[in-house]
Design a protein around this ligand. Sequence first.
Ligand code: NAD
Length: 506
Amino acid sequence: MNKPADMQTIETVALWINGRAQPAASARFGDVTNPATGAVTRRVPFCNAADIDAAVKAAAAALPGWRDTPPLRRARVMQKFLQLLQANQKDLAQRVTGEHGKTLPDATGSVQRGIEVVEFACGIPHLLKGEHSEDVGTGVDCHTVRQPVGVCAGITPFNFPVMVPLWMFPVAIACGNTFVLKPSEKVPSASTRMAELATEAGLPDGVLNVVHGDKEAVDAILNHPGINAVSFVGSTPIAKYVYETCAKNGKRVQALGGAKNHAVVLPDADLEFAADALISAAYGSAGERCMAISAVVAVGAAADPLVALLKRKAEAIMVGPGDKEGVEMGPLVTRQHRDKVAGYIDQGIKEGAKLVLDGRPRKVPGYEGGFFLGTTLFDHVTPEMKIYQDEIFGPVLAVLRAKTLEDGITLVNGNPYANGTAIFTESGGAARRFENEIQVGMVGVNVPIPVPVAFYSFGGWKNSLFGDLHLHGVEGVKFYTRTKVITTRWPHQDTPAPGLNMPTLG
Ligand code: NAD
């Protein structure tokens, strides 16, 4: 844990339990830093099992009333919440920049993508409609209803402090569940603020609760018998741990993990267009996006001109504090993470990759305490190298070379991660083949970061998602509800009495 911050001047982020800001029972705290300056700006409580239990008790107490609130009324609360999020978009984006480091326009865009999930959740009466069949037997009807799962929990990563929590709790709550959110301890303040706004929107006390902390808080969630379902987004090792622990404890779970997203660039692609797209996908948010492109597979003659274009465009990117006008790429989230990413650049050189552009020396005058790293480009990377195998999660782009589209597809399919991928080509046939054969959850055709819009679902395959159902969209509604199938017969309708045999259509 970090050194204690000055309690006199620095705000402590509150928990939000039962409709109120609350201090934690735990006496452990961590520091929240501004990545552009390195200064400690807030401190965050690291909840213990008693704090988690208090949040779960509040969620359990709120459940019967909220579950029985008609979906249309639940949707009206979501509509009010939507308005409040829109009115507070700038403040939320500033919190994202202040704690994560990404630029303000990028933060604003990520808040917008989260708000769109709330727009989706406003349609919940329609989304909860079941099926009905008349006369499945003589005088017998059958229908389905989707009912809430109960108390749900969400555990979220540092890189989208507003958007990823909004992928989860609006859908869960609109479905009639109550919720305990545990955001990343590196970026905690936006979640408490969103819970405050949800209460202002008319959400009953206890329906949405926010706790903070590290492994201790997560373990208390995973092992709490009062929690029925867990949504997790974060790195692959923790996703796997969350998935396994929840499965052992009989909880419904979806655990989204890390990524190594490839873009395959064919020689017939518009290379200028592809390079612009790749620059944005590799270096936007300093590469700290689960859908960032971190590996480019340049096919045949595309390689040399593409690398030249990428180098020219990458070195022109303006690096600086995220709240400064004109800055295109901010710092990394913590000093520790910045140093880890810089270590991968050292490693790539040792492994024999060709360093085309080195971000390590980049300094930002006036921000010497910030966690900055410049844009970095490697060429001639091979699948045996650690810089290819590991998720670096920083502004480091690796170019691999392949002879044919087939080789490119084989390379992508051989990677254990499978979150997103993209192909750049002018050929419909090549794109169609890629779409069909690629073993990845989200695919872009001339779209570098194919993050699905809110009314589709978000999720990868293989080591990028443990579980079945993706987040938000129709799959989100399925995750947060259980189906009940009801078969109905009304007596005294001139239908024969059932015998002892298995009923069949008659
Ligand atoms: P992380 O796995 O370190 O942390 C995620 C959450 O787990 C946090 O709330 C954290 O407090 C908690 N946690 C951390 N260590 C833990 C432990 N040992 N036991 C229990 N809980 C623990 O991830 P991060 O560094 O915050 O986020 C970056 C990662 O998230 C990257 O790997 C990125 O690809 C991934 N990510 C994935 C998606 C996706 O949709 N697949 C989206 C965003 C981020």
